[in-house]
Design a protein. Structure first.
Length: 493
């Protein structure tokens, strides 16, 4: 985390470097004029030093500005967007080092082409304001980029999980029972599980878990299933064993106020997934699944039973395993939530590795394509749940995206919503189909595997005679109207 003093030094150094470059002066030339050493000037520009008043006066005179301009935390219109970024909370809290960046190199980059950088930064700030991008959303996107940068596989967490089991002699076969995990939490870290406290507070009905560090209690929601409890207890084991201090104490973070807190939340979750689904055993199971010549829902449903995990845990865990152990890096993961009868559908989580894939979040009140297996699986689950509560639907589909060459193998699992059996939730893992995917998954050749042409939203799609359309192609209509106007204008003489 960058301190306020560091920010002040960075702004001062940024101004000095920008003004020096504008004058076309080298370090040596500025040193001769001011009497300061080149190494001292270099440290100033990098934000490592903040000079005394007499040296600031010398610098101001040499650079052709007044003293107050150099020490102020504002600047001319041309430089102000960069100053705004340097003083923003995002910049102070954003862990540049986690992304392999240094503060000095970042500021140096800003001063090389300030006009273009300023325009870019101004655009980002305006988009963030216009679309109400808040701090929490920023950190979530940063975490997704961080996961993408590492192919969503963190070897140190995998190794730590193995060390945890070895150190505490945990040799029990999978799946771990809830009672066993609860026992480990108490014996190893003196933390008790309480399943009553949250239900006593009506306002906390939707909170799945909360850790009270003073009482050393992990409160669990009343309506949780065994797989959900297992994950939450395993995640708390992760927090404790990893000795994570900067962390949220509730399941779903109510206020994301730092990237580190969100990253630590992810690390504990990764630990839990690695504990409940050993990477080598799951890798072997995925190989077995991929060797099947025909698709069947039990290929996924059997894995849920074997590891006693939720649908989301399983498919998210596969996003760790597939890039690292199979070399499949072009993939996405999405979670959709739906109201009864699919009247509203929202994407509440998405992860893209290697690039931004075709299915993506849309916050413009458009309607997601109802040909997606993510949506048809929810529809099938809601129909099934009329007779069988708590059922899970597994489905697969090859999705060919309209007007592109991209085809994805999509594996989807759908279940009823938490605390609301009338709503639905689906999670989908999508793999961009290439030669490597074709060589691994035999059932891609299954003639009974569903194949559908799809798009992102109805508003942007012109697939003819679509039986699943829920909104007219208004965006396409507007674009075609604009193209027609341009074409007609060219005919004028």
């Amino acid at each position: 985390m960058i301190t306020d003093d560091q920010v002040i030094r960075l702004i001062f150094g940024f101004k000095v470097r920008y003004l020096r470059l504008q004058k076309g002066s080298s370090y040596q030339e500025l040193a001769e004029i001011t009497g300061l050493s080149t190494s001292y000037l270099n440290d100033i520009e990098k934000g490592k030093r903040y000079p005394k008043p007499d040296k600031i006066t010398s610098l101001a005179t040499a650079l052709g500005v007044d003293y107050n301009y150099l020490v102020a935390t504002n600047a001319s219109k041309k430089l102000q967007p960069i100053i705004d970024l340097l003083t923003s909370k995002f910049f102070k809290l954003f862990p540049l080092e986690e992304f392999g960046l240094s503060i000095e190199k970042t500021v140096e980059l800003f001063t090389q082409t300030p006009d273009r950088v300023n325009a870019f930064i101004s655009t980002l700030f305006k988009i963030a304001r216009n679309y109400q991008v808040d701090e929490g959303q920023f950190y979530k996107e940063a975490l997704r980029s961080y996961q993408d940068m590492h192919n969503n596989y963190f070897e140190e967490i995998e190794v730590t999980t193995h060390e945890f089991k070895k150190y505490y002699s945990i040799n029990k076969d999978l799946p771990f029972t809830t009672a066993f995990l609860e026992e480990q939490l108490y014996e190893l870290f003196d933390i008790k599980v309480d399943r009553v406290g949250l239900s006593k507070q009506p306002n906390l009905k939707r909170v799945r878990s909360y850790y009270e560090k003073n009482a050393k209690k992990l409160f669990l929601g009343k309506e949780l299933g065994a797989a959900q409890e297992n994950f939450l207890i395993a995640k708390e084991l992760g927090y404790q064993y990893l000795k994570i201090k900067d962390r949220p104490f509730e399941t779903t973070i109510l206020k994301i106020d730092s990237f580190d807190k969100l990253l630590n939340y992810y690390k504990a979750s990764h630990f839990a997934a690695a504990l409940l689904m050993d990477e080598h055993e799951l890798t072997s199971d995925i190989k077995g699944l991929a060797r099947e010549n025909s698709w069947h829902p039990d290929l996924l449903l059997n894995l849920l039973k074997k590891y006693n995990v939720t649908a989301e845990m399983l498919l998210q865990r596969m996003t760790n395993i597939l890039p690292h152990h199979f070399g499949l890096e072009d993939l996405f993961f999405i979670r959709l939530t739906s109201s009864k009868n699919l009247t509203t559908v929202r994407m509440t989580k998405d992860l893209h590795l290697s690039k931004l894939h075709n299915p993506h979040n849309n916050e413009l009140d458009e309607h997601y394509c109802h040909r997606w297996v993510s949506i048809t699986s929810i529809k099938d689950q809601q129909q099934l749940s009329k007779n069988s509560r708590g059922s899970i639907v597994a489905d697969a589909q090859i999705s060919k995206y309209w007007q592109t060459e991209n085809e994805y193998l999509c594996l989807s699992l759908a279940s009823e919503g938490y605390l609301d059996s009338q709503s639905g939730v689906s999670v989908t893992l999508g793999l961009l189909i290439n030669d490597k995917v074709k060589g691994i998954f035999n059932f891609l050749s299954d003639p009974d595997l569903k194949y559908k042409e799809v798009h992102t939203t109805c508003e942007r799609c012109r697939i003819e005679d679509c039986e699943s359309r829920v909104a007219p192609p208004t965006i396409i209509d507007e674009l075609e109207s604009q193209d027609k106007m341009v074409s007609d204008l060219k005919t004028l003489e």
